[in-house]
Design a protein around this ligand. Structure first.
Ligand SMILES: [Mg+2]
Ligand SMILES: [Zn+2]
Length: 318
């Protein structure tokens, strides 16, 4: 699985399309097959395009179902038949008839997923979100003296906001993102957490955020535990994010997942979002983290203030 961000994969496709156009400029169906450099360059770049398309997250392709992704990946296999030579008429047909439309679509998509511009609702009508992990990211973990472990708060009085939590939620919302909490609460499946406990904890969390002038837009909870009940929503699976995207009209490619755990990075990547690991780790710990399969975040921030400055870069003051 590729860790290359979606925007860069789209850029790879656009570069390859530009190179094909460059080599085939001014050619016709008659002159194309006799120009071996054009044919070679086209085949090589079609391969690049197919490769990049196949590395786009399935959820991203599903979100832009108007583009015939399968057809484009299929082209590569049809025009690169291996030992039996190349059907140059077919390759020319692809260059002249199929690629121009595809090029326009990818260009449009690339503009929509532009990370440098301010997040806006464009013609898709979809809005970007920041998915935020709860325990260890928004609130402190609670030390359990009996078991010597850190665990999720189960009572309202155990809830302590992490530094910068309210500013973070306020900041991303001011920049046009939905703020959506996504949390694994396996205590439900294990029978150690009730809906009333959860309501109390979330009520207190909302109160503390409100005191800082902030409020989230929605909370999504996975109540399952693999030992008890399998599901598609326990992070690192992307189920919570995908459900939120359907219910809130979110553009996952322009969204972020922010959390302190490997599972957060995994879920964000699987959903096609950009990811920030918020962790005050020593460099060797971070390296161990990054070596973990699918654990590589796009960014690492020491705290929520750092994460905010990545998502909403501020102009340097003159
Ligand atoms: Mg966490
Ligand atoms: Zn679940």
């Amino acid at each position: 699985m590729s860790s290359r961000p979606i925007v860069l994969l789209l850029d790879d496709i656009l570069d390859a399309l530009a190179r094909i156009e460059e080599y085939t400029l001014g050619l016709t169906a008659e002159s194309f097959p006799r120009t071996s450099m054009a044919a070679d360059a086209t085949l090589r770049n079609l391969e690049t395009i197919g490769e990049a398309v196949s590395r786009l997250p399935p959820s991203f392709r599903a979100l832009h179902a108007g583009i015939e992704w399968h057809r484009i990946v299929g082209l590569r296999n049809r025009v690169i038949p291996g030992d039996f030579g190349v059907d140059l008429d077919l390759v020319w047909d692809v260059v002249a008839r199929v690629l121009p439309g595809f090029h326009r679509e990818i260009l449009r998509l690339r503009r929509e997923t532009d990370v440098s511009g301010p997040p806006m609702v464009r013609e898709t009508g979809l809005v970007p979100a920041v998915f935020i992990d709860r325990d260890g990211t928004m609130n402190d973990m609670v030390y359990d003296g009996t078991h010597g472990t850190f665990d999720s708060p189960r009572r309202a009085e155990q809830v302590r906001l992490r530094p910068g939590a309210a500013e973070f939620v306020r900041g991303v919302k001011a920049a046009g993102f939905r703020a959506i909490l996504v949390t694994n609460q396996p205590g439900f499946a294990k029978g150690t957490l009730t809906q009333a406990d959860l309501d109390a904890v979330h009520g207190r969390l909302a109160e503390l955020l409100a005191a800082g002038g902030a409020a989230w837009d929605a909370v999504y909870v996975c109540p399952h535990h693999p030992g008890v009940s399998a599901c598609d929503c326990r992070k690192p699976k992307p189920g919570l994010l995908l459900q939120a995207a359907r219910e809130h009209g979110l553009d996952l490619a322009r969204s972020w997942m922010v959390g302190d755990g490997l599972v957060d990075i995994g879920a964000g990547r699987a959903a096609g979002c950009r990811t920030i690991l918020v962790a005050n780790l020593k460099i060797e710990q971070i390296e161990r983290f990054l070596a973990f399969e699918h654990g590589e975040p796009d960014h690492v921030a020491r705290n929520l203030a750092g994460a905010l400055s990545i998502i909403v870069p501020t102009e340097p003051r003159a």
